[in-house]
Write a protein that binds this ligand. Structure first.
Ligand code: PEP
Ligand code: MG
Length: 587
């Protein structure tokens, strides 16, 4: 941030996204495709230019091999396979030889020649309507970006390249970035973009890494040698913090540690409110790697398995039935005898997938676009493979299926009809699955919320996705930092919809859970419990605090809370009522 000898402290205010305090050196991660320079090479420098290109290839090979090894150790051989395809691109004589003859023939610099050749191949393969070539395009793009970064001497291109512990500073982080992160290498994540419910942030929270988002231009202000203090509770980042700030934070961290110890002491106490009304807290997970945390905090099973995480880990391949079955089964068996709610693929929005979406046009409004159930109903072979894997996993433990982004009864009925078709297929093949597997709908679009009663006639359960419900109700993109201040769950419209969904579900005796971030937010958990939510599903790390809080509530107090909240129309006042209620009980 400054070149001077003694660096001044600078305080940046963003949005608190994942709790915790962390400090460490900055790792500034800029994803944007670099500017490709074009210049003439003097004849006497030609050999040097070719050597430079060859060095970039050698370095790229070493980086990919290293990444391959890391991913194989962490996620297994199947996931590491993508890097074999990348290594093959490096061996491709067409790409490499053509670049070399282009440098020789044109006397232009290596970056320009390589970029031109790579783009020619990408354009050529992109036109071919075939899965194999779509995957090649993703591979070539990835590898060529890496080669260009090496030629230009730029910082590494993926977060998986981070090899020692730092604070990640980025314009934005995607779910695939977080999926490839070696968590032991990250103190914290701070980004210019995003808000609390961006998917990358949700993943950071499940990895228990502090995060601050919506910092607007932090990645431009922070230099790689800056030291950072990240306060994930208040959404503050101190660049080159003063000794006073550091010691103030030591005190604050002691208080947080004390608080965490206090709530953790109740982990083994029953999930009963002060007047013995039962509550149920389950976990939101991305895969079997979350089982340890879920057990540690004693979650009552999995309320939301975001299966897209299984897809996102490998951008160039669509996981086949066996790969998916292994992922789902590991979780179902690991969580047994408790239940796992498996949500079908919710790709799109802020969760991109190279191979799945390679042929799709860029969308102007991805969150309002070709996402989740809409994508699956039009990509039946992808949907079929997933449903087969989920149904097969249901033979190994209690499983429920849930469809995301349901916006109408027709959509729910179409998804269910297709599921029945897949069940018939499995029956004909004598493949076992749970014949009574419950099928539910996520209620996260206002249209579904308003029509919840008719949907309830066709659903075995509901799960309220508040992250999306808030964004669609208020027309506030959940990932857009410029309007993060407008993402207001205390807006009465949101609260009225949530109450309407729960009342509608109750009328039809359909159990309803809440799996958006509000479920694990102490300010909202009591209200959701008070409204009659049958279970709250959240990142495992949030469970001890919510357990501690709900154990200190009574029905009479909760009823009063509901009356107070719904009598108020001002979001700030509602927020204050909810926060006071939580703070009182968390003391
Ligand atoms: C939600 O929208 O609240 C939800 C739980 O789903 P996701 O965050 O994955 O969109
Ligand atoms: Mg959602």
């Amino acid at each position: 941030m400054t070149d001077s000898e003694t660096k001044q402290e600078v305080k940046l205010q963003g949005v608190a996204a994942a709790p915790g305090v962390a400090r460490g050196g900055a790792f500034v991660f800029l994803r944007n495709t670099p500017e490709i320079p074009r210049y003439i090479i003097p004849p006497e420098r030609l050999n040097h230019e070719i050597q430079r290109f060859e060095n970039a290839l050698v370095n790229t090979r070493a980086q990919i091999s290293q990444l391959r090894e890391t991913v194989a150790n962490r996620l297994g051989e199947a996931q590491a396979g993508i890097f074999d395809a990348h290594l093959l691109v490096l061996d491709d004589p067409a790409l490499i030889d053509e670049t070399l003859s282009s440098i020789n023939g044109s006397m232009l610099n290596a970056e320009h020649c390589f970029h031109t050749v790579a783009e020619k191949y990408i354009a050529f393969f992109s036109k071919i309507e075939d899965e194999y070539f779509k995957e090649r395009v993703v591979d070539i793009r990835d590898v060529s970006q890496r080669i260009l970064h090496n030629l230009l001497g730029l910082s590494p291109r993926t977060l998986a390249d981070l090899t020692n512990r730092r604070v990640i500073v980025a314009e934005d982080v995607t779910p695939s970035d977080t999926a490839s992160l070696e968590t032991g290498h990250v103190f914290a994540i701070i980004t210019d973009a995003g808000n609390r419910t961006s998917h990358a942030v949700i993943m950071a929270r499940s990895l228990r890494i502090p995060a601050v988002v919506a910092l607007i231009d932090a990645s431009k202000k922070i230099a790689p040698d800056d030291f950072l203090l990240v306060d994930g509770y208040a959404g503050i980042v101190y660049v080159n913090p003063s000794p006073e700030t550091l010691s103030r934070y030591e005190e604050l961290e002691r208080e947080h540690d004390e608080f965490n110890r206090k709530v953790l002491r109740e982990t083994d106490l029953p999930d009963l409110a002060a007047d013995r009304r039962a509550f149920s807290l389950s976990a939101n997970v991305c895969g079997a790697e979350d089982i340890d945390a879920l057990k540690k905090y004693r979650a009552n099973g999995v309320g939301l398995f975001r299966t897209e995480a299984v897809f996102i880990k490998n951008q160039s391949r669509i996981p086949d039935e066996e790969t998916q079955l292994a992922a789902y089964r590991a979780l179902v068996e690991g969580v047994a005898p408790a239940t796992v709610v498996i949500r079908t693929l919710d790709i799109g929005g802020d969760k991109a997938h190279g191979a799945l979406q390679a042929s799709e046009h860029r969308e102007e409004n991805p969150f309002m676009g070709f996402r989740a159930i809409r994508f699956c109903l039009e990509n039946k072979s992808v949907f079929r493979t997933q449903l087969r894997a989920v149904l097969r996993a249901s033979a190994f433990g209690k499983t429920k299926i849930m469809f995301p982004m349901i916006s109408s009864l027709d959509e729910l009925l179409q998804a269910k009809a297709f599921l029945r078709q897949i069940e018939d297929e499995l029956r004909a093949e004598n493949i076992p699955f749970d014949e009574k597997i419950p099928v539910g709908a996520m209620i996260e679009i206002p249209a579904a919320a308003i029509c919840a009663e008719s949907l309830a006639e066709h659903a075995d359960f509901f799960s309220i996705g508040t992250n999306d419900l808030v964004q669609y109700t208020l027309a506030v993109d959940r990932g857009n930092e410029r309007i993060a201040h407008l993402y207001e769950p205390c807006n009465p419209a949101v609260l009225l919809l949530i109450r309407h969904i729960i009342v509608s579900a109750k009328k039809k005796n359909v159990p309803v859970s809440v799996c958006g971030e509000l479920a694990g937010d102490p300010a909202f958990a009591s209200l959701l419990f008070a409204l009659g939510a049958d279970s709250l599903s959240m990142t495992s790390g949030a469970i001890p605090e919510i357990r501690y809080l709900l154990r200190r509530t009574t029905s009479a107090e909760l009823e009063q809370l509901v009356t107070q909240v719904y009598a108020e129309t001002n979001p700030q006042k509602i927020s204050a009522i909810l926060k006071d209620f939580a703070v009182e009980r968390l003391k």
